[in-house]
Design a protein around this ligand. Structure first.
Ligand SMILES: NC(=O)c1ccc[n+]([C@@H]2O[C@H](COP(=O)([O-])OP(=O)(O)OC[C@H]3O[C@@H](n4cnc5c(N)ncnc54)[C@H](O)[C@@H]3O)[C@@H](O)[C@H]2O)c1
Length: 256
């Protein structure tokens, strides 16, 4: 851990559950001061409090919350050096039945909000010459699956945003990268496994092995800490030369 890392401030969206929580914990262990943004729910406040994170209640479907979240982070922790756009959720339906308002919300939370947070945080992220934006995309930023149109559109878009922001930020020492995980054992995925087991009449273990991991070379779900370890490297000063990168951590899913 370097002295510079000790003083850095990170904001992790969706930081009270799953991948976001693991990244927040890892950054804290790396010596950063960490704010977690999440929906204003008692459980989220409790998790943040127990772990010693600054809690920023916000709904990323609301534009004004994105601006306020940056302002509150800077006023609570004195700056903002590392932004992790991680919050997200899934909705599964064929396009012809996909609820239009759900589409709008998903695109806002997973694509528009990362754009707004980058835009509002830009002056802070570029201040110290070692700023970092890490966008948590997905294998579904590269490839599609049926019934996830909004999710896949948002994740493909997030990769485009990553590359564009990287080109605009390079002169200011700010790097912008995307991490594309395969399936990670989190509440989001455990919900999907349970749903698919019900609808397909399979056991949860069969859904994991035969449905979810079928295209993967390594037939094992990732853990949130695996993603956090990669995020820790990307956030570190050592990764200064990596920008606009789309980093697959996908069990070999997209190798074929
Ligand atoms: N779990 C996986 O297999 C996997 C794989 C690839 C990518 N991802 C991506 O990783 C990210 C985290 O997923 P996870 O599996 O940890 O999910 P999770 O459900 O455990 O956590 C997501 C967090 O986002 C928050 N969130 C949702 N909507 C929000 C909103 N409107 N405003 C503020 N916060 C909101 C939730 O409250 C929750 O805390 C997501 O972007 C997801 O698409 C997950």
């Amino acid at each position: 851990m370097t002295a510079q890392q000790e003083q850095r401030v990170a904001l992790v969206t969706g930081g009270t559950s799953g991948i976001g929580l693991a990244i927040a914990g890892r950054f804290q262990a790396d010596g950063m001061r960490v704010a977690v943004l999440d929906l204003d729910r008692p459980h989220a406040r409790e998790v943040a409090g127990q772990r010693g994170f600054t809690f920023i209640p916000a709904d990323l479907a609301r534009r004004e919350d994105c601006r306020r979240a940056v302002e509150e982070t800077v006023s609570a922790l004195g700056g903002l050096d590392v932004l992790v756009n991680n919050a997200g959720f899934q909705h599964i339906d064929p396009i012809k039945e996909f609820p239009e308002d759900t589409w709008d919300t998903m695109l806002h939370v997973m694509l528009t909000a990362p754009f707004l947070l980058i835009k509002y945080a830009w002056p802070h992220l570029t201040r110290g010459g070692q700023g970092r934006v890490i966008n948590i995309a997905s294998i579904h930023g590269h490839v599609a699956s049926p019934f996830k149109s909004a999710y896949i559109s948002a994740k493909h878009g997030l990769i485009g945003l990553t590359r564009t922001a990287a080109l605009e930020a390079g002169e200011q020492g700010l790097t912008v990268n995307a991490i594309c995980p395969g399936y990670v054992r989190t509440p989001l995925v455990e919900g999907q496994i349970a749903d698919q087991a019900r609808t397909r009449g399979l056991s949860e273990a069969e859904v994991e092995q035969k449905v979810m991991l079928e295209p993967a070379a390594i037939k094992k779900l990732l853990n949130p800490e695996d993603v956090a370890a990669l995020a820790s490297y990307v956030a570190s000063p050592a990764a200064w030369g990596m920008t606009g990168a789309v980093l697959d951590l996908d069990l070999g899913w997209t190798a074929r």
